[in-house]
Design a protein around this ligand. Structure first.
Ligand SMILES: CC(C)(COP(=O)(O)OP(=O)(O)OC[C@H]1O[C@@H](n2cnc3c(N)ncnc32)[C@H](O)[C@@H]1OP(=O)(O)O)[C@@H](O)C(=O)NCCC(=O)NCCS
Length: 269
């Protein structure tokens, strides 16, 4: 068995070979971003372990892959792994932590009940100001404890262009919860690349209106709308440290499929 350096396009890493055949590999792409500095991203399909091989082997392959990354200052490492199986525990033992949780739930064939004390309607381009009234809920929440996301709270005008595009896109469904013309919460969905799958990128309730059933109402409506539009499954993800999200989504039937793990290596002296 030998472990050798591996390059796949812009990705670099290492592979383990036995009698010339690959038995494990791990590659990642270098990047730079405000919340993670110089990092290497190893996606779900960027690592493998042949049947019967021990996860220990992948730890050795990571050590070989990571050596040039660390030497060149790429000290934050991201690895996406299936939630089931031995890999989360093996990477936790290597100093990784759980940064992002990916989950799926079936759509909702049953029609939701009428909201109590608020209304839900689909937002269009004319609703841009009412969407912007609540669109900073996620970044405001995640700037605080215990997420401390390290990103500035999104400002209204920074969000405008993205939301104008979403509201104009016919495959995106944006639902707004309102009371007396005042926005209380929102949810958005759009089709994912996989057939039958819809992605739910954002949902939020104004901080002073949480715990009143608005989030549940929005999600039930979004999951039922996805059913009516012919989708079978909804996928979404949340910050593991976002206590509101990490308690809310599993209670709505979302089952964890994979985890994004992160390790910040101390830069060499
Ligand atoms: C996650 C979030 C959208 C939930 O919205 P919400 O409007 O507070 O949700 P609800 O009030 O419908 O539900 C919250 C809890 O209150 C309960 N609840 C529902 N109706 C209720 C009512 N009338 N009275 C009291 N509690 C109620 C719900 O059952 C739920 O509890 P459960 O999860 O144990 O079942 C909200 O916490 C939020 O905006 N968080 C910050 C942004 C964020 O993290 N978004 C998700 C990013 S991935």
């Amino acid at each position: 068995m030998e472990i050798v350096a591996l390059t796949e396009g812009e990705k670099t890493g290492a592979e383990a070979r036995h009698d010339g055949a690959r038995i494990a590999h791990l590659v990642g792409v270098r990047g730079e971003a405000p919340s993670r500095g110089r990092h290497v991203w190893v996606g779900l399909d960027d690592h493998s372990l042949a049947p019967g091989e021990s996860p220990e082997l992948l730890a050795d392959v990571y050590a070989a892959a990571g050596t040039p990354w660390v030497e060149s200052g790429y000290v934050t490492h991201i690895v996406v792994v299936p939630a089931e199986g031995p890999l989360p525990a093996r990477f936790f033992a290597l100093g990784f932590g759980r940064e992002q949780v990916h989950a799926r739930a079936p759509v909702r064939p049953e029609a939701p009940g009428d909201p109590d004390g608020f209304e839900i309607h689909q937002a269009g381009p004319a609703d841009i100001e009412r969407v912007l009234d609540v669109a900073d809920t996620i970044s405001s929440h995640q700037a605080g404890a215990p997420v401390w996301a390290g990103l500035p709270v999104s400002q209204r005008e920074e969000l405008r262009e993205g939301w104008e595009e979403l509201l104009a896109d016919e495959s995106t469904v944006v639902l707004l919860a309102e009371r007396g013309g005042e926005s209380l919460g929102y949810v958005a969905t759009y089709p994912a690349d996989e057939p039958g799958l819809v992605h739910l990128p954002v949902a939020g309730t104004r901080a002073d209106a949480r715990g009143l059933g608005i989030g549940v109402g929005l999600v039930e409506h979004a999951l039922h709308r996805a059913h009516r539009d012919g989708f079978r499954t909804v996928e979404l993800d949340w910050r593991s440290t976002n206590l509101l999200a990490s308690r809310f989504w599993p209670r709505r039937g979302f089952v964890v499929t994979h985890l994004r793990l992160r390790r910040d290596v101390q830069p060499p002296a």
